[in-house]
Design a protein around this ligand. Structure first.
Ligand SMILES: O=c1ccn([C@@H]2O[C@H](COP(=O)(O)OP(=O)(O)O[C@H]3O[C@H](CO)[C@@H](O)[C@H](O)[C@H]3O)[C@@H](O)[C@H]2O)c(=O)[nH]1
Length: 344
């Protein structure tokens, strides 16, 4: 994590800093020589938990909501970098309350961008998801609109000193409410593993890898860039068997429950069009901003000759993990290591 040295002495603000992703970022930053980490989030109990578990005077907690511009603006005062992780991210809740997803994921993100600009922040990274590509559910649709908002803002404000970029992720292993902790608790309770559809695939990445991508974006982004981290994938059946095997269950009971409402069989990290214009940066793809202005003929009369020769970057055409490779990934998760060691 060499890039963090560039954050020495800096103040970093994190929206949604008590979530799985945000709090991992908080811990990484505090291990380095940052001057302060500002967390803005809604839940005072989670803030208190974070305060106690981190116990570091450089952590400053701001109670607020990204829907409320003033609360965001206050927490960004003095910040050099902002990581925007606050979101409504559960697929089912966004399906039932799509207007709430619009308020947080779209309008709230717009507040974050404006407040970062007003505070003179150097770099703002907005967290997005593969579900924003060809979205089929309200969570993905509103995240897609967040991306468009970030890009349009960059296009329309070349004078701003704030570089706004977006990072798009696949599934982060062991994040709160996700399938791996669910499988772990099902095994512990002696219940069958509930599989939606065994052949469904998902990109997999660890929280540490996701932090790397944010740091990469902080220091390498041009205004309006989108970054994607290359990631392997596996079927949910392989994932379930891997979790069971690593925890010592060779033949787990499995119950197939079927695809859930709003779910895709495979996820896409880059559309064909994005992939055609992406720049390969080793572990990452960088998709530069389409900086064309409102000249419609450039959109509708000039095509991209390369676009048809590449395909989407999906969880079914990336590197596929077999059971052994999936076990290796699962074994590396700190929460799984703690379980195996019997310390939880
Ligand atoms: O009982 C279950 C629950 C889930 N799954 C499957 O496991 C995979 C992962 O599911 P889950 O961990 O719930 O994640 P997703 O629904 O894919 O969504 C997560 O991953 C996204 C990135 O794709 C993030 O944006 C979301 O916030 C996050 O909830 C999916 O194929 C599910 O169908 C099962 O097989 N059995």
């Amino acid at each position: 994590m060499s890039q963090v040295s560039g954050l020495a002495g800096a103040t970093v603000a994190i929206t949604g800093g008590t979530g799985s992703f945000g709090s991992t970022m908080v811990r990484h930053l505090l291990k380095e020589d940052v001057a302060a980490v500002h967390v803005v989030s809604r839940d005072e109990a989670k803030q208190d938990d974070l305060r106690k578990s981190v116990a570091d005077s450089r952590l400053r907690l701001f109670l607020g909501d990204i829907r409320d511009y003033d609360s965001v603006a206050e927490s960004f005062l003095g910040a050099d970098f902002v990581f925007h992780a606050a979101a409504l991210k559960q697929v089912p809740s966004c399906e039932f309350f799509p207007e709430q997803a619009v308020k947080t994921n779209v309008e709230g993100s717009r507040n974050v961008i404006r407040a970062a600009h007003e505070a003179g922040v150097r770099s703002l990274v907005c967290l997005s998801t593969d579900k924003a590509v060809y979205p089929v559910n309200a969570m993905g649709m509103t995240k897609a609109l967040m991306e468009k908002t970030a890009q349009a803002w960059s296009r329309n404000h070349p004078e701003s000193r704030t570089v706004v970029s977006t990072t798009r992720y696949g599934n982060v292993m062991y994040s709160r409410g996700s399938v791996i902790p669910l499988f772990v608790s099902q095994l512990a309770d002696g219940r069958p593993l509930t599989l939606t559809e065994g052949s469904m695939t998902r990109f997999l990445m660890s929280l540490d890898e996701s932090v790397d991508l944010v740091l990469h974006a902080f220091f390498n982004a041009q205004p309006g860039d989108l970054f994607v981290r290359k990631a392997p994938a596996c079927t949910v059946e392989v994932l379930a068997l891997a979790v069971a095997k690593v925890l010592g269950y060779d033949k787990p009971d499995i119950r197939v429950i079927g695809t859930r409402h709003g779910e895709k069989q495979h996820e896409t990290l880059l559309s064909q069009e994005e992939r055609a214009k992406s720049i390969d940066q080793g572990d990452y793809f960088r998709v530069p901003l389409d900086a064309r202005s409102l000249e419609y003929e450039l959109y509708v009369e000039e095509g991209d000759r390369d676009a048809a020769s590449v395909s989407d970057y999906t969880s079914s055409n990336t590197t596929q993990l077999d059971l052994d490779a999936a076990c290796d990934l699962v074994r590396r998760l700190p929460q799984v290591q703690a379980l195996v060691a019997g310390s939880v």
